[in-house]
Design a protein around this ligand. Structure first.
Ligand code: UDP
Length: 490
């Protein structure tokens, strides 16, 4: 660096699920491009998902590394090598998910050993690791929380926890207005996660959730993958009304600037990236709809069949990423979810990716004019950054809050009509609704209005991460504060 000031060293520790690992690795890259030494902490089976991005960054002279700690799968009653949430969600097994969360609590000791050995100046750790605040405190360093969601959702979760409006309606389908919340936002109990709407009593999961709230309020602050101009009312509300210290530093995915960065991000794609690009290059601007439901949600054969039929009826070009529920038929490699002769008929018009897609590479292509999404926050903000309108198909987690923001606050999407929160396997939607929603975001005056709003937001997103932009400046302020805090404690 040539500077006399010792380099700041920050640890980044994501929860072991792709929707958490991918943005935290991007965030680590962002810090590293600003002269910070960044280390991503993960477990051996997850390291390959990170290492290609890290090697690529190193080739560009960015100081980023990976450090691994053992994941106690077998000790926790999980299959050997089961170190990522996507290894168990196919089985929709709540017990295994609880065991998985239990195993993560055993990571405190090995993490502390790494903190002892390497003496970083700050720990950015996932919200699912509430004990990380105490681990950081032992070594006198600040702990920042990473939630992986928007200010809107953070405010919504807090609102529901503080005021419990869902307990004041008489049925699961009766809408209630979110109290003390910017904008007139309505939700129903059906759209809330189980752990919000049900009294869970005293168990491992309820204790974990309580601990996450408590550890967040004792932490140094929160790093948010969003940008101020996207949701100013909610960014202000979170900071001022709820009193949280937060830095908006996104969209973090925009640190992936070229083909290689995008192609090497996250898991190995199930399609040759160049082939995918070639296919997209052969299509007109805004003529392709991209369909993908993130890294965890999956559907039954019957629902996949309905999607295929709806897509064909829409008449649009498409790229469809399929993650099938392993428990639902299709034995012996038989693809019982595809209509007879579908792929032959769709040749040149539709591309099916079985497994993992290079999502940002696809979304950023000018041929892509719409995205059918489960509204995971990463997918949502990646679409915003790419300026693409959305069909919203929320499944679980905080995805119904993200849907509200997309359709009612940003007005860049239309809902496919999902009413009910499910843990992993989505609520059933009929082909006619899929066809209608796809066409609503792809063609016609309303589609053009949504597209132009989405494109304007995409421009704002890019400006936010450029030198002098709101996210760039907030990251500068955070890094400066961490430098000062180190100085004061040394
Ligand atoms: N993703 C991808 N290819 C896929 C599926 C997902 O690159 O085939 C990436 C996507 O770009 C995003 C993340 O995985 O960064 C998924 O995060 P999100 O919050 O959207 O959903 P989750 O997987 O957490 O439900």
């Amino acid at each position: 660096m040539g500077s006399k000031i010792p380099q700041l060293h920050v640890f980044f520790f994501p929860f072991m699920a792709h929707g958490h690992m991918i943005p935290i690795v991007d965030m680590a890259k962002l810090f590293a491009t600003r002269g910070v030494k960044a280390s991503v902490i993960t477990t051996p089976a997850n390291a390959p998902y990170v290492s290609k991005s890290v090697e690529r960054a190193n080739e560009l002279g960015i100081e980023l590394d990976v450090k691994t700690i053992k994941f106690p799968s077998v000790e926790a009653g999980l299959p050997d090598g089961c170190e990522n949430l996507d290894a168990i969600t196919n089985e929709v097994n709540k017990e295994l998910i609880v065991k998985f969360l239990g195993a993560t609590t055993k990571l405190q000791e090995p993490l502390e050993q790494l903190l002892r050995d390497h003496k970083p100046d700050c720990l950015v750790a996932d919200i699912f690791f509430p004990w990380a605040t105490d681990a950081a405190a032992k070594f006198g360093i600040p702990r920042l929380v990473f939630h992986g969601t928007s200010f809107f959702s953070l405010c919504a979760s807090n609102c529901l926890r503080l005021y419990e409006p869902h307990k004041k309606v008489s049925s699961d389908s009766e809408p209630f207005v979110m109290p003390h919340f910017p904008g007139e936002i309505k939700l129903t109990r059906n759209q809330l996660p189980d752990f919000v709407k049900q009294d869970m009593g005293d168990n491992d999961l309820s204790r974990l959730l309580k601990a996450t709230n408590e550890s967040e309020s004792r932490s140094y602050g929160v790093a948010v993958n969003s940008f101020y101009e996207l949701e100013p009312a909610y960014a202000d509300h979170y900071r001022k009304a709820l009193g949280r210290r937060a830095w908006h530093i996104g969209p973090v995915s925009l640190c992936n600037r070229n083909f290689e960065d995008k192609a090497l991000r996250g898991k190995q794609a199930s399609i040759d990236e160049l082939e995918c690009l070639k296919w997209l290059n052969s299509k007109q601007p805004n003529s392709v709809v991209y369909i993908c439901f993130g890294s965890l949600a999956n559907f039954t054969s019957a629902q996949l069949m309905e999607i295929a039929t709806g897509l064909e009826a829409s008449g649009r070009n498409f790229i469809w990423v399929v993650r099938k529920n392993k428990n639902d038929g299709g034995e012996g490699g038989k693809e019982d979810w595809l209509p007879e002769g579908f792929e032959k008929r769709m040749e040149g018009k539709g591309l099916i990716i079985r497994g993992w897609a290079p999502q940002v590479l696809i979304l950023d292509h000018e041929a892509v004019g719409g995205f059918v999404t489960h509204c995971g926050w990463n997918s949502t903000i990646e679409a915003v950054a790419a300026g693409v309108p959305l069909v919203t198909w929320p499944v679980s987690a905080e995805q119904f809050y993200n849907e509200k923001m997309v359709n009612e606050v940003l007005k860049i999407g239309v809902g496919v009509g999902i009413q009910k929160w499910c843990r992993i396997v989505g609520d059933f939607v009929k082909r006619e609704k899929i066809e209608k929603a796809v066409n609503e975001i792809m063609v016609g005056d309303r589609a053009e209005e949504m597209r132009s709003r989405a494109k304007a937001l995409g421009k704002m997103a890019k400006r936010a991460v450029e030198n002098g932009g709101s996210s760039y400046s907030d990251l500068s302020a955070l890094i400066e504060e961490l430098r000062l805090s180190r100085h004061q404690s040394s």
